[in-house]
Design a protein around this ligand. Structure first.
Ligand code: PGA
Length: 248
C-alpha cells in the first residue's frame, strides 16, 4: 500500500509572532509536491500562522489540546477552539509532555480520544527512554503507548503514529535507519493486532528525533517510515523543506 508521506514541524515553545509568520510563509512558498507537510506553532500564534498559510496546502497543527469541550479549565485549550482556527492535526503523547510536564497515560488517552472524535487528525507520539531501550523494553513501552488509542478508531487517514525515541529528541543523536525501521515495523504489526492488518497498512508512522537534512533520506527511505516529526530542524524553512523534499 502506497502511503503519502507526512512531514510535520513541531515548533515547541519557540518563535515570536513575526518570526512565526515569516517561517510559515517561507514553508508555504517552498512546499514540494507529492508529500503532506504540516506545521505546529505555539497556540498563541496559530491564528496568525493560519492566515499566513491560508492559500497553501500546508496543514496547520497544534501541539496539544484539552479533552473537555469548554468550562472551568483555566489555561486549557479545547479541540473545538482549535477547529475554529482551522487546525487539522494535533499531537498527543509527546515525550516532553509525558516526561517533562508529567502528563499521565490516562490524560493522554482522553486527549487522543477527544481529538480523533472531533474529526481531526491525531498524531500520537510513542517512544522509549534510553534506559528502557538498554533494558530491552522498547517494544513493550511502545505497545503500552499504542494502547492509549481506542481500537474503535476507523479512519486510518486520521491517525498518525510518531515514533520518537526519547534519547534521540533534541540530542543530535538520531536512531539509525535500521533502528527506526525495526520499531516502525513492530508498531505496524502491533496495530494490525489492535485493529486489523488493512488499517495498520494505511496508518502513517513518522520518525522523530534529531531528523535533519543529512539523515532524512536514509530514514524516510525505510519501508515503514512514512514521514517525520521534526523539532529543531523545523525552525528554519530551509532545513525543514530539505527534509520534506527528501521524502518525495
Ligand atoms: P528534534 O525533536 O527534531 O528537535 O529532535 C523532535 C520532536 O520532539 O518532535
Amino acid at each position: 500500500m502506497a502511503r503519502t508521506k507526512f512531514v510535520a514541524g513541531n515548533w515547541k515553545m519557540n518563535t515570536d509572532k513575526a518570526s512565526a509568520v515569516r517561517l510559515a510563509q517561507h514553508v508555504a512558498a517552498g512546499l514540494p509536491a507529492g508529500i503532506e507537510v504540516g506545521i505546529a506553532p505555539p497556540f498563541v500564534y496559530l491564528d496568525a500562522v493560519a492566515q499566513a498559510i491560508a492559500s497553501s496546502a500546508v496543514l496547520l497543527g497544534a501541539q496539544d489540546a484539552y479533552f473537555e469541550k469548554n468550562g472551568a479549565f483555566t489555561g486549557e485549550i479545547s479541540v473545538e477552539m482549535l477547529k475554529d482556527l482551522n487546525v487539522k492535526f494535533v499531537l498527543t503523547g509527546h515525550s516532553e509532555r509525558r516526561h517533562v510536564l508529567g502528563e499521565s497515560s490516562a490524560v493522554i488517552e482522553k486527549k487522543a480520544h477527544a481529538i480523533y472524535a472531533a474529526g481531526l487528525t491525531l498524531v500520537h507520539c510513542v517512544g522509549e527512554k534510553l534506559e528502557q531501550r538498554d533494558a530491552g523494553q522498547t517494544f513493550s513501552i511502545v505497545q503500552q503507548q499504542l494502547e492509549e488509542l481506542s481500537d474503535s478508531m476507523q479512519d486510518p487517514q486520521r491517525l498518525v503514529i510518531a515514533y520518537e525515541p526519547v534519547w534521540a529528541i533534541g540530542t543530535g543523536r538520531n536512531a539509525t535507519d535500521a533502528q527506526a525501521q525495526e520499531v516502525h515495523a513492530y508498531i505496524r504489526s502491533a496495530m494490525a493486532k489492535l485493529w486489523n492488518p488493512d488499517f495498520a497498512d494505511r496508518v502513517r508512522i513518522q520518525y522523530g528525533g534529531s531528523m535533519k537534512p543529512e539523515n532524512a533520506k536514509g530514514l524516510l527511505g525505510q519501508p515503514d517510515v512514512d514521514g517525520g516529526l521534526i523539532g529543531g530542524a523545523s525552525l528554519k524553512a530551509e532545513s525543514f523543506l530539505a527534509i520534506a523534499k527528501a521524502g518525495v
